[in-house]
Ligand binder design. Sequence first.
Ligand code: MN
Length: 164
Amino acid sequence: MALEKYHAKRKFSETSEPSGKISKQPAANSKQPAFVVQKHQAQNLHFDFRLEHDGVLASWAIPKGPPEKIGEKRLAVQVEDHPVEYAKFEGEIPEGQYGAGTVEIWDSGTYKLLKWDEKVVEFVLSGKKMTGRYSLIKTTGYSKNAWILIKQKPKSLFKTSLQE
Ligand code: MN
């Protein structure tokens, strides 16, 4: 996890996005890490899905928005890690700057991590719009950064209690 790519893409004298650094504190005032979804009206409308992890926000751009129904799958393209402060960012990125357009927070909350490895990230979200169990699965052979975000069935109470 690192922010070099995030910093290299932006001119902080021009954009009001936070420059940020790797955080040692959890973003939310909670034991659980934060997640945020930002609706980003850039050249193409997309939704940026971010999970606080290892002091940064691991980030994916979802062109069609998060899945709404159980079993639904959406392409999620992994992008550069963002600083934890970015979870609070809303506003205009000026023309000529990377990601120029409007950013608004579409959903936010906390999540419980179930699994995080190079190919699978599984978690339970507690947001206003996104709640329940989701998986991010890295695809093979399609594109280096392509993942699929899937809304999963809730596990039975028995299985959930075993995991806790
Ligand atoms: Mn974006």
